[in-house]
Design a protein around this ligand. Structure first.
Ligand code: NI
Length: 160
């Protein structure tokens, strides 16, 4: 496993669309392991493959105290409710933004073994899934801000 460099805002790769994975082979397994290690090293709750320069539809999620998992070709099937959240992104260290996200979502995709999974998520898990799946479409959290004062700096040294 390896910790990979995370692209920063301004890198044009972050605005491109990622490709669907057709076969989950050893290179995808390695990508998932590297993404999990990179996410942990950066104290992130999630990471999408374009953030490390790979335009592939793979995300990893690792909420505090929970086992990290990967979702391949993830898709949001349903969203419901709305709540105001504060969000950050490893591509924008030192910043947070205020926006609205769904209260609950239903997503589907494949796990790292290729098994089809469907998950119903709420609150932080729903928010993280929305954020990471956005990355696969070239969408960044700043696109959801409600106004200029919705983005603010935090002290360096806090988790991203
Ligand atoms: Ni992000």
């Amino acid at each position: 496993m390896a910790v990979l460099p995370i692209l920063r805002f301004g890198n044009p790769i972050l605005r491109q669309k990622s490709k669907r994975i057709s076969s989950i082979d050893g290179s995808i397994q390695k990508l998932i392991d590297d993404m999990i290690e990179t996410m942990r090293d950066a104290n992130g709750a999630g990471l999408a493959a374009p953030q490390i320069g790979k335009l592939l539809r793979v995300i990893v999620i690792g909420l505090p105290g929970e086992e990290p998992f990967a979702l391949i070709n993830p898709q949001i099937m349903k969203k419901s409710g709305e709540r105001e959240v504060v969000e950050g992104c490893l591509c924008f260290p030192g910043y947070r933004g205020k926006m609205k996200r769904a209260v609950s979502i239903t997503a589907k995709g494949r796990d790292r073994h290729g098994k089809e999974v469907r998950l119903k998520a709420e609150d932080l898990l729903a928010q993280t899934l929305e954020h990471e799946i956005d990355h696969l479409h070239g969408v960044l959290y700043i696109d959801h801000l409600q106004g200029e004062d919705s983005l603010y700096r935090i002290h360096q040294g806090e988790t991203p």
